[in-house]
Ligand binder design. Structure first.
Ligand SMILES: Cc1cc2nc3c(=O)[nH]c(=O)nc-3n(C[C@H](O)[C@H](O)[C@H](O)COP(=O)(O)OP(=O)(O)OC[C@H]3O[C@@H](n4cnc5c(N)ncnc54)[C@H](O)[C@@H]3O)c2cc1C
Length: 465
């Protein structure tokens, strides 16, 4: 161990190899505080060559490595389990190139998502990936978890926004696949192996990302609907009338909204009547057009058709931000309320109403008093379907039911053709549970890929597979 630390220090310098408990502490636990890991060291390389050398040196001694970006992941993927070297990518934070004619940006893995959005904006372009942790989450982490966020409906998730990658492989070689091509049919598309792999197949050190024209017009609205099937009908109507300009369509259940109103200061319900469900709608257009009027017309039709019961359209950027805050603060409000059991699931949009009806009923029967906090990216078929404990129950009793609650929820998801992880990944949290839901053939293929790239199992062990 001392020999490895000495050689890492010789390459990276004293200051970039942390071994003191206090210095390592922030890297050894996850954002939710669910996992507490141990590591031999935390290293902070500053270039792709340094990353490759770290991986080679660790490999020579049979020491595993754990890639880490902003450490905002929600499945414990970046938390070491014991004895590994954590490789923090935060110092690889250069924007290497922007090509406005090709609409691409080449960035290093440790750039925060917010920094990439800002660099794109400075060049007069849009990088559309957007999520609440964007000030801290890094591009390397976004790609490794195939992050989603609030604009997937229009622009796709991280996988769809990536054209090329640079990766340090488990044997220390560097694969330079930094191609800015939208067409490249020259065999297997290797980048897709590393995107969503949660650091189990290699360390992403840089990426070529797609850029878009910046919208000139944005319209934001908030509508109440009686039930999830009415929300799906409204989404279908919007897409038929307004097409590709629908950028976000978020569902917010009443218990979720009530938590925000209770715990987040200055928040208020935008509508007078209390409704069980609401949707947040955003339209955007790169051409000058009257989007607010278009949204108003569709919402009026939806009210006439009985799909929506009431609606408002933001009249200013401040009002639009206030509507978004109601949606973005749900996780924070739920955290303040107390512990909860969380599910990040996806389904075909058409099956969501049935899922909510059946799962709500089954949970309420099996766990009397449980509070269901449901919200999410309805336009992408992705729900955050969470349970807060009954007011009178103690934490320990509630937590002891986690496996039973998960089984009930995830079995229903699977029976309706869904996924038990829509955008957060598997990490350590769902590594074992996925075995219940993926076919033996698919697990076998995953194991073979892992074996081919990382035969010694030194790349983020104990995660995903
Ligand atoms: C408040 C909040 C809101 C969130 N909202 C969303 C959301 O809307 N949508 C969504 O999809 N996620 C969301 N997340 C989850 C999280 O932000 C994303 O998963 C994010 O993409 C993780 O980036 P990171 O840099 O923090 O990665 P980390 O947490 O550091 O790592 C995540 C995983 O990727 C691996 N990894 C990290 N960097 C690399 C690299 N360079 N090469 C190889 N592997 C690497 C790690 O080993 C780990 O397995 C949210 C999280 C928080 C805290």
């Amino acid at each position: 161990m001392k020999l490895l630390i000495d050689s890492l220090r010789a390459v990276l310098g004293e200051a970039s190899v942390l071994t003191e408990a206090a210095n390592m502490a922030p890297y050894l636990t996850d954002w939710r505080g669910r996992y507490q890991g141990r590591a031999m060291a935390v290293v902070r390389p500053a270039s792709v060559d340094e990353v490759a050398t770290v991986v080679r040196l660790c490999g020579e001694r049979g020491t595993a490595v754990v890639p880490q970006g902003g450490n905002t992941g929600l499945c414990g993927g970046a938390t070491p389990r014991g004895g590994e070297v954590v490789v923090s990518l935060g110092r690889l934070d250069r924007v290497r190139a922007i090509d406005t004619a090709n609409n691409t940006i080449t960035v290093e893995a440790g750039c925060t998502l917010a920094a990439v959005q800002q660099a794109a904006a400075t060049a007069g372009r849009l990088f559309p990936l957007s999520l609440a942790a964007e000030g801290t989450a890094t591009i390397g982490g976004n790609l490794s978890t195939n992050a989603g966020g609030v604009q997937v409906l229009r622009y796709g998730n991280a996988r769809e926004l990536c054209l090329g990658l640079e990766v340090v492989l488990p044997d220390g070689r560097v694969w330079n696949g930094l191609r800015g091509l939208r067409k490249d049919n020259t065999g297997y598309d290797m980048k897709h192996l590393f995107i969503g792999a949660e650091g189990t197949l290699g360390l992403i050190t840089a990426a070529v990302l797609k850029l878009y024209s910046r919208p000139r017009q944005v319209a934001t609205g908030w509508a109440s609907v009686a039930a999830p099937d009415a929300a799906v009908a409204l989404l279908t109507r919007l897409r038929e009338k307004i097409g590709g300009r629908v950028t976000a369509f978020e569902l917010v259940g009443r218990p979720a909204l009530d938590l925000v109103l209770k715990h987040i200061s200055h928040s208020r319900d935008p509508l007078a009547a209390c409704s069980p469900w609401q949707v947040l709608i955003e339209l955007s257009d790169t051409m000058e057009s009257d989007l607010a009027s278009a949204l108003q017309d569709v919402l009026a039709e939806a009210i006439e058709a009985g799909e929506a019961t009431d609606a408002v359209i933001a009249q200013s950027e401040a009002q639009a931000l206030a509507l978004w805050a109601l949606r973005e603060n749900i996780s924070e409000a739920q955290k303040v309320e107390g512990i909860s059991i969380k599910h990040d699931i996806s389904l075909p949009v058409s099956r969501i109403p049935e899922f909510i009806d059946r799962t709500d009923a089954a949970l309420t029967r099996a766990f009397p008093g449980v509070r269901i906090v449901c919200f999410g990216h309805l336009g992408d078929g992705n729900l955050h379907y969470n349970q807060s404990k009954p007011a009178a129950q103690d934490n320990a009793t509630f937590v002891a039911q986690t496996d039973a609650v998960n089984r009930l929820v995830h079995d229903l998801v699977a029976s309706l053709g869904g996924s038990i992880s829509a955008e957060h990944g598997l990490g350590q949290l769902k590594r074992d549970e996925i075995l219940l839901y993926k076919s033996e053939v698919e697990m076998d293929l995953m194991r073979k890929i892992k074996q081919a790239l990382d035969p010694r199992g030194l790349m983020n062990p104990g995660k995903v597979i």
